[in-house]
Design a protein around this ligand. Structure first.
Ligand code: ADP
Ligand code: MG
Length: 221
């Protein structure tokens, strides 16, 4: 039945996560141990070693804090929320990171619409997607957030001018720990998809005509 399928799918993700965590955390730990042994043996160039060790610890820290988010019991707090307010909050939060790269966060007006949702969870999804958009862009450009309300749904789109997504990795997006980034965790889209699932919302990914990609959240009414 449908419920059983949903449940076994979740088990698979849990299993994948467990295997992934072991792997993702063991690698930096192995490397940390190696550097500690070198330091214990009294090598020179200590500064460099410390630098690498801190990077490895950062990686473990990033993974564990994202996992904490996944394992958080869903104390849901759903009500009608203004899309505009959530987008504004997310922009305030990510503006500094965008400015550093000369990226404009543009909100296409008018924005209206309400979604019945858990505000902090949907904000988390928007943060993950806008962060990815910022990280996909190397140079000056803009990220456009827009909302389209119709009879059936409220759609929120985030369009970037980044590198786009190569066709051969498109199907891997959202797999636990799939990342193409040096210091990525590969958990952002997984968490986002799970939150959207629980809201009966979907995530559509499209390549833009000229440059970059668009991630669209569809909340059915
Ligand atoms: P992370 O950001 O830690 O890599 P995510 O789950 O957020 O993990 O994203 C997984 C991968 O999906 C990224 O490493 C990247 O390859 C790809 N991706 C996500 N968003 C975008 C985007 N806006 N443009 C291009 N690639 C993207
Ligand atoms: Mg991400």
């Amino acid at each position: 039945t449908e419920e059983m399928m949903v449940r076994s799918e979740k088990m698979t993700i849990a299993g994948q996560l467990a295997a992934g965590i072991a792997h993702e955390i063991r690698n930096p730990l192995t490397s940390l141990k190696g550097f500690l042994q070198l330091l214990q043996a009294g090598v020179s160039h200590k500064e460099e070693y410390f630098h690498v060790m801190i990077d490895e610890i950062d990686k473990i820290e990033a993974i564990t804090s994202e996992l904490l988010f996944i394992s958080k019991p869903l104390t849901e707090n759903r009500r009608k929320e203004s899309v505009e307010q959530m987008i504004e909050d997310v922009i305030v939060l990510l503006q500094p990171q965008a400015k550093l790269k000369n990226i404009d966060l543009v909100v296409q007006q008018p924005i209206h619409g309400e979604i019945y949702c858990d505000r902090s969870q949907i904000k988390q999804v928007l943060i993950n997607l806008v962060k990815n958009a910022i990280e996909a862009m190397h140079t000056v450009g803009k990220i456009t957030l827009s909302v389209n309300c119709n009879h059936e749904s409220v759609d929120v789109s985030i369009a970037d001018e980044g590198n786009g997504i190569p066709d051969d990795i498109l199907h891997k997006l959202g797999e636990p720990f799939f990342t193409t980034k040096q210091s990525g965790t590969g958990l952002g889209l997984l968490i986002s998809k799970q939150i959207l699932d629980s809201h009966n919302a979907t995530l559509k990914i499209k390549q833009n005509k000229i440059k970059g990609s668009t991630f669209q959240l569809v909340f059915s009414k």
